[in-house]
Design a protein around this ligand. Structure first.
Ligand code: HEC
Ligand code: HEC
Ligand code: HEC
Ligand code: HEC
Ligand code: HEC
Length: 370
């Protein structure tokens, strides 16, 4: 950690003239509009309430989270160490994971605790933005160049790969089942019809979407898993298949589960849980950390896992339900339900915006008993 901080310290002595994300709008209107609504733009302590509340509990004096949540900061090492504080007047602090920052990542240092980004910007020079366009034009604002990271998704791995807390407990992970990166760009930056840049000299017809949709999007939640129901000798068997390139739970604030109900006529005659989904542990995906006394705690003070119910990338599992007296015509329905913030945690954090603790319905399947 010391070496990493010294590297960052040396590194932050180079200051190119920063171009804020809003300035890209002049030519990249479509991409800017999408980015401005994305969690990348709202990633910092100044814009994401969920992140702010957790940061205030975890690191009240320092903002070590800046490494990934406010990376465009001029004095990154200073903010991480608590010598500088996040400042709403600083555009680099407001900008979160900004265009300027993301497009100059050209090297990633891999370590056990977490990875670190290195970027190409140099004092006083016109920046070169990396991408994946064939034969890209330059502009008066920047040079353009190709870099393999913007095709093979390595550009995502400086922040998204994995993260350990100070007790070496892994608190987040987006790696696939064999501990490698999957095709993040393929799933999270689908091509959309439209122009990339206002003069469109190369007559391009599509651009890579920059909404970076994930857990907050119903459209994406619908793509998370495939559910299948089959009749078994004493009830039904539910198979849950993870369609994503990472585990179902990548971030410990989340709660995801399958709700299964049996209806006869208009009456519900059976359900897999009554009050809380965790009653049906096998169909619930959740991570709860424990502190040194074994009590539930926040990721920052975790010494281990109290509950770890997850499913690997592209993995599947079958849950068997014994349901007595199923009759012809009974309908068994299983529905995927996802919460960006587990309502229990939202309450504890006293969030003012409770919309993130509302359920989002994903895919659903019905079996009619014959
Ligand atoms: C190594 C990079 C990295 C560091 C350092 C980091 N985070 Fe994150 N954080 C991420 C990524 C990537 C996500 C998105 C993860 C996901 O959704 O699966 C995230 C998401 C979150 C979320 C969920 C936000 C939401 O709106 O639902 C919280 C809360 C959070 N981080 C808290 C923190 C805190 C507190 C710190 C500092 C103590 C921190 N993070 C440090 C990379 C990092
Ligand atoms: C004055 C207009 C203008 C502004 C402002 C501008 N760009 Fe560009 N940008 C262009 C042009 C022109 C291209 C080439 C498009 C093409 O080839 O179709 C381009 C291409 C790119 C590419 C693709 C590079 C590649 O090789 O794949 C990236 C990335 C990029 N711009 C990022 C940015 C970012 C980030 C900002 C804001 C910090 C920005 N641009 C501001 C005009 C501009
Ligand atoms: C500089 C760090 C950084 C880089 C590089 C980065 N991300 Fe992120 N990303 C974050 C952080 C931090 C968050 C969480 C922000 C929050 O919720 O406050 C996030 C959130 C996301 C989300 C979740 C959005 C949601 O609403 O659930 C997706 C999806 C995502 N990133 C995909 C990617 C992909 C794909 C790449 C590579 C092309 C990438 N990210 C590169 C830091 C980064
Ligand atoms: C096969 C498609 C697929 C691939 C590959 C993929 N994702 Fe996802 N990802 C999804 C879907 C669908 C969701 C939304 C559903 C959900 O979050 O439950 C999602 C959600 C996310 C989230 C938000 C998760 C949460 O619960 O907070 C992040 C962050 C993310 N992906 C980052 C990445 C990164 C980084 C990579 C590359 C290592 C990647 N994804 C690869 C499909 C994919
Ligand atoms: C989290 C990292 C990240 C952020 C933030 C980001 N980009 Fe990108 N951008 C990428 C990646 C990766 C690609 C390559 C996608 C591909 O080729 O499929 C890309 C592609 C582009 C391209 C080329 C268009 C294309 O279809 O390939 C332009 C132009 C661009 N980005 C501009 C911007 C601007 C302007 C912003 C801010 C408003 C921005 N980017 C924010 C990662 C990012």
């Amino acid at each position: 950690m010391k070496i990493i901080l010294s590297l960052l310290f040396l590194f932050s002595l180079h200051h190119a003239k920063y171009i804020d994300s809003k300035a890209c709008e002049e030519c990249h209107e479509n991409i800017y509009r999408e980015h401005a609504g994305s969690m990348h733009h709202k990633s910092s302590i100044l814009k994401d309430e969920v992140h702010r509340k957790v940061a205030e509990i975890t690191t009240p004096d320092k903002y070590s989270c800046a490494l990934c949540h406010m990376p465009a900061t001029k004095n990154l090492a200073g903010v991480i160490r608590g010598m500088d504080q996040p400042n709403p007047k600083e555009i680099r602090h407001q900008d979160g994971v900004s265009c300027f920052y993301c497009h100059q990542i050209n090297n990633i240092y891999h370590s056990k605790a977490f990875n670190i980004n290195f970027t190409s910007y140099r004092d006083g020079e016109k920046p070169i933005f990396f991408g994946n366009l064939e034969n890209a034009d330059d502009s008066d604002q920047h040079g353009s160049a190709n870099h393999p990271f913007y095709k093979n998704s390595e550009v995502c791995m400086g922040c998204h790969s994995h993260k350990e807390n100070k007790y070496e407990v892994q608190v987040c992970n987006t790696l696939d089942a064999s501990n490698k990166r999957s095709d993040c760009i393929g799933c999270h930056m689908p091509k959309k019809p439209g122009i990339i840049e206002k003069f469109d000299k190369k007559s391009r017809t599509e651009y890579a979407s920059h909404e970076f949709l994930g857990i907050h999007s119903e459209e994406m939640v619908k793509k998370a898993v495939k559910l299948e129901l089959k009749r078994s000798s004493d009830g039904v068997a539910l198979t849950i298949s993870n369609k994503m390139g990472h585990t179902i739970i990548t971030q410990p604030m989340r709660l995801k589960f399958v709700k299964t109900v049996v209806t006869r006529g208009s009456k519900v005659i059976w359900s897999n849980f009554k009050e809380s989904p965790i009653e049906d542990k096998e169909a619930t995906f959740i991570i709860v950390f424990k502190d040194d006394k074994g009590d539930a705690t926040m990721p920052g003070s975790a010494r281990g896992f109290k509950v770890q119910q997850n499913l690997e990338a592209l993995g599947s599992k079958t849950v068997n339900y014994t349901i007595d007296g199923l009759k012809k015509g009974d309908e068994v329905t299983s529905t995927w339900i996802s919460y960006a913030v587990n309502p229990k945690i939202a309450k504890k954090l006293e969030l003012t915006d409770m919309s993130v603790a509302q359920p989002i319905k994903g895919s659903s399947v019905t079996l009619v008993i014959d």
